[in-house]
Design a protein around this ligand. Sequence first.
Ligand code: F0G
Length: 467
Amino acid sequence: MMYRENTKPAQRTSEKAVQRCIEPKCAAYYGISERIYVCPRCKSPLEIECRLDTPEDAATFPKTWDARLASPDARDRSGVWRYRELLPFEEGVSVVTLAEGNTPVYDARRSARYCGLLALQLKHQGCNPTGSFKDTGMTAAVTQAVLLGARTVACASTGNTAASLAAYAARAGLQCAIVVPRGQITAAKLAQSMDYGAVICEIEGNFDDCMRLMQELGDDPSIYVANSINPFRIEGQKTVAFELMQQCRWHVPDHIVVPGGNMGNSSALGKGFGELLGLGLIERLPKLSIVQAEGAAPLARLFAGLDSARRVASLPDSIVPVENPQTLATAIKIGSPVSWKKALREVLKSGGQILTVSEQEIADAKAMIGRDGIGCEPASATTVAGIRKLVTAGHIGREESVVAVLTGHVLKDPDYVNQYHRGTLSLGFAASGATATAQSITGVFRNAPKQVAATKNAILECLQRKK
Ligand code: F0G
C-alpha cells in the first residue's frame, strides 16, 4: 500500500494515492488527476498505490465495514464504496453508484462433486446491477471520469464492459461510446447498451481490433477510456477481494479461480488480496488461478512455456497474441490481453496456475452449475471446468477450500443455453486457409423441452419417464 519515496515524482501527486508504473526498472509515479493510461515515460501499464496516513488503523477496518452493512448511506450500500478507506478517492467525493457489489457466495454441492471436491463456493458477480462483474470497476472509473471533467467515456468490449459503462455513463449524464466487433456480441448484452443510450460503433474485426482502436482514441482529449487499462477500473474491481473476505469472516480460501480474457479481473483480485496481506488483514494469499478457453489462451500458453526458475525471476517482456481467437464463450474471445503482465505477476506471487479448458468442458461445467440452481454465462463456467482439471492434476486437494468467481449472469447468453440443451451447439471456425470447419458440442447434461399432450396423464407419464 505504501508508495516508495525514492523515485522522483514525474508529476504532482495527491495526498492519498499515486499512479505508479508497474515496471520496477521505471517505477515513475504520477498524480491521480493525470489523465493517463500507460506510463508516459516507458509506456508500461499503471496501477494505483494508496497511502494510509496511519496504517495501524487498518486493524479497525473490518469492524467499520461490518457496521456499514446496516447503514442507509448510498456509499455504504455499495459493495465497492463500503471499502473506501482503500480506494484512491477523497472522503467527500460524490460517487456514481448503482449499489453494485453485494454479490452472494453460494455453496455449490453438485458442482463440488463434479470437480472432485468436498465443497465449492461460487462468488456470483453476475448478480451485479448490469449482470456482470464489470459494475464494480465502472462505478470507480465513471466517478473518476466525472472528477476529471470528462464529457465522453468509451470502451472496447465483448459486451459486458459496454453494458456496464453505458449504464454508469447514463447515471452520470455522460456520453458513452462503445466499440464492439460486429456480430460477435450476444443479443442480450447489445440490448442493454442500446437501452442505456450508448453510441454503439460496430466494427469489422474482433475484440483485439476494437481494443487497438481504443488505445488510439485514448490520446484524444475528448475521450476518457474505461477499459481495464484504466487503473481506476481495477481499483473498483479489487474490492471483490475485500467483500469476499468480509463474507468469509476473514478465513482465506486456499484457492480463488477466475476466467481470463483481457485480464483485468485477475489483476484486480490479486491486487486486492495483496493489499489485505500488506495491511495484516489476512495472513496469507489464496492461490489465484486463471482459466482460459482453449481457442483464446495466449496467457496460458505463455505460462506453460515458463520454466519453474523463470516463474520466480523477472516477468517476460512480451506475449505472443492469438491471431484469430475462437470460443463460444464470447466474453473471453480475446487474443491479445492488455493486462496480461499484471495478471501473470499476481498468479506467480500467489503460487496459482494458468490453464485452458475445451469448449465441451466449458459447456458441461456451465450446465452443472445450472443444476445447482445457479446460472452463469459460458465464460464464467471456465472456472468450474478448470477446477475439475486442477483437482485431477493434483494442484487442488479434495479437501481444500475453493472459491470460483462467476463473472456473468445466465441471461447474458440465452442462445448458448438453448443450443446446448437442444443439442445444436457448435463452434464454427475457419481453420487454416479458407476451409470452414465446425466442432459440435454434445451436451452431457442436456435438458431439452418435451412435446407433451395437453392432458394430466401425459404430464404425469412424462414425469415418470424423467425419474
Ligand atoms: N467473464 C465475463 C462474463 C466477461 O465479460 C469477461 C470480460 C471476462 C470473464 C474476462 O475478464 O477481461 O477481466 O479477464 N469481458 C470484457 C468485456 C472483455 O468487454 O465485457 P477479464
